[in-house]
Design a protein around this ligand. Structure first.
Ligand SMILES: [Zn+2]
Length: 340
């Protein structure tokens, strides 16, 4: 019987020595000392042993148990030490990955800052709007193609008797009407918002951003428009840039202009990018007398100017970015967005 115990001990010592992890070690312990473990069963044999051998058997049992417990403790320490990862608190830590603002958000912040510095107030108006504010009050005739659902997204809602059907604003100019109806001159507002049109190709997206300025007061003239546009061009694009106004036609301004800015590549001399030294930036003009009247302002007393330009286009002109497909801007593809 004593030999059986010694064999059990030697076997267990060999197993413990070869053991590779804590889980396996625990299994070996349970196989020995668990309720039906080998050692537990062997120790119960003491009841069947002749009285004169009991004492010696008891001593051997204790010896085996103590030895194995020591072996387990040592092995447990060894495995624990191996599992511990070496840690140097003086090493620089791994920095968390930080996101950044989208190119369009940067552009909006920069544009807003330029105008806020010269006293424009940033305003926000509905993007789901009535036809009246987006077209009617802006002097668009009933049969204007922009009022067709081939160009504008109409919302499936009952028409208002007074304001017509609802739509997603195709331009920021609807904000002009909202502004003049709710605030009396002097008005100096900048509205930067999403616009929606039925268009999609490499250079157009159904959702895009515009920024729209409106100034209405007594004695506002084209020189104020010119000065404001020049100030923006120099602040946003650089002090060497100049602008020019080219006669054009819009429904809600009279006279109307396209605004060009001198090309930064050739400094206005003419190159591949600009052809004749100028790059088109967007529309502007003096607020049409009909629009002022529609908003309850007497055109004989008040005058004003307005401009509305694309945020994406303006920012790309500044950064020199050429995005081969405008849809990439809103694709959420990190490979693209990380470059912007
Ligand atoms: Zn050029």
């Amino acid at each position: 019987m004593k030999e059986d115990l010694i064999n059990l001990k030697n076997q267990a010592i060999a197993q413990i020595a070869e053991c590779k992890d804590l889980e396996e070690l625990e299994q070996i312990r349970i196989d020995l000392f668990g309720r039906s473990g080998k050692f537990t069963l062997a120790s119960k044999e003491i009841a069947n042993i002749p009285v004169e051998e009991k004492k010696q058997f008891g001593i051997t049992l204790n010896e085996v148990k103590n030895t194995l417990e020591e072996q387990f403790a040592e092995k447990r320490n060894e495995l624990n030490n191996n599992a511990r990862v070496w840690f140097d608190p003086t090493m620089p830590s791994k920095l968390p990955k930080l996101g950044k603002l989208h190119m369009v958000t940067h552009a909006i912040n920069e544009i807003a800052e330029v105008f806020e510095k010269i006293g424009f107030t940033r305003m926000k108006y509905p993007e789901v709007e009535f036809d009246y504010f987006a077209f009617g009050a802006l002097n668009f005739p009933e049969n204007h193609p922009a009022r067709d659902d081939w160009e504008t997204f109409f919302v499936d809602q009952p028409e208002s008797k007074k304001y017509g059907p609802m739509l997603l604003t195709p331009h920021t100019s609807s904000g002009q009407i909202r502004e003049m109806l709710s605030n009396k001159p002097p008005i100096r507002m900048i509205n930067i918002a999403k616009c929606y049109r039925r268009q999609i190709d490499v250079s157009h997206y159904p959702m895009f951003h515009q920024f729209e300025g409106l100034v209405v007061d007594k004695d506002i003239s084209i020189t104020h428009l010119r000065g404001t546009i020049d100030h923006f061009a120099k602040s946003f694009f650089g002090p060497e840039r100049v602008t020019r106004l080219r006669p054009y036609h819009f429904q809600f301004t009279e006279p109307s202009f396209e605004v060009d800015i001198s090309c930064n590549v050739c400094n206005g001399k003419g190159c591949k990018l600009c052809k004749e030294g100028w790059l088109e930036i967007g529309g502007a003009g003096m607020v049409h007398p009909n629009v002022l009247s529609n908003c309850g302002l007497d055109p004989k007393v008040y005058s004003g100017f307005a401009f509305g330009w694309g945020v994406e286009r303006t920012y790309m002109m500044k950064s020199g970015l050429s995005v081969p497909d405008i849809r990439l801007l809103y694709s959420s593809d990190l490979r693209v967005l990380k470059q912007l």
